[in-house]
Design a protein around this ligand. Structure first.
Ligand code: SF4
Ligand code: F3S
Ligand code: FES
Length: 256
């Protein structure tokens, strides 16, 4: 992109934010703010400008502001995105709607309670298990073995995928795509020894079998992880009892 050609003409926006303070409100309500934004501003910039200049009571969560920590997932114009990675210029129309991600309890405004999400995450043993005596050097792994789970190492636990999944909206006991992605990361790691245990945990009506291959998770992932493909690989391992892939590796997002 030739940045000298970017049009910086300010856009006059109406920002509609779903507000809810359980200590004051009986039910959620929409509140509108008028904002002048540079097209290269990010939605996070717009929300912080509202909070700092118009309404300090607005509740939102963010930390890194650079797409790394995963703390500012929200629903922007009906799509799950990270506010810090969404430029105003990519959004059409003069009205922007911002609301909390779906399926998790709202603490205040755009801040949801992530505990149920992390409880599911913890349930799949998202850590390396290896009971062999510690080696004197590193545990070796070939480039091919590393490539087997490379995609799922990219997860930043933002919950964009899980909270875009219709089966999760209907049943929050479903472990959700983010947990399966993080189980995948260790199930297919040649150094790990607990794949069978994780597959057993996920071989459940509230585990991988709750997934109906809707693909919303893959579309929502800001890290462009092939989420649905990872879920299919876990199902395949469960059904065949093998961790080998029987399909050629795919490249490019959308190859789920
Ligand atoms: Fe976020 Fe993608 Fe990880 Fe889901 S898989 S939690 S969307 S980074
Ligand atoms: Fe949900 Fe993704 Fe499966 S959106 S149904 S976890 S493919
Ligand atoms: Fe860290 Fe957006 S604030 S990912």
């Amino acid at each position: 992109m030739d940045i000298s050609k970017i049009d910086h003409t300010a856009r006059e926006l109406t920002v509609r934010i779903r507000r809810y303070d359980p200590e004051r409100d009986d039910e959620p309500r929409w509140q509108e703010y008028k904002v002048s934004a540079d097209p290269m501003d990010r939605v996070l910039d717009v929300l912080l400008a509202i909070k700092w200049n118009q309404d300090e009571t607005l509740g939102l969560r963010r930390s890194c502001a650079h797409g790394v920590c995963g703390s500012d997932a929200m629903r922007i114009n009906n799509v799950n995105r990270l506010a810090c990675k969404t430029l105003v210029r990519t959004l059409s129309g003069d009205t922007m709607t911002v609301e909390p991600i779906l399926g998790l309890p709202v603490i205040k405004d755009l801040i949801v309670d992530m505990k149920p999400f992390f409880d599911h995450y913890k349930s799949v043993m998202p850590y390396l298990v290896n009971d062999d005596p510690p080696p004197t050097t590193e545990r070796l792994q070939s480039p091919e073995e590393r490539a087997r789970f490379d995609d799922t190492t990219k997860c930043i636990l933002c919950a964009c995928c899980t909270t875009a999944c219709p089966p999760f909206w209907g049943n929050q006991r479903y472990v959700g795509p983010a947990s399966i992605v993080n189980a995948h990361r260790f199930i297919f790691d040649s150094r790990d020894q607990a794949a069978a245990e994780r597959l057993d945990i996920l071989n459940d009506a509230e585990g991988v079998w709750r997934c109906r291959t809707v693909f919303n998770c893959s579309t929502a992932c800001p890290r462009e992880i092939h989420v649905t493909k990872a879920i299919q690989e876990v199902k395949h391992a469960m059904l065949t009892g093998s961790l080998e892939s029987d399909r050629p590796s795919q490249t490019g997002h959308g190859g789920d």
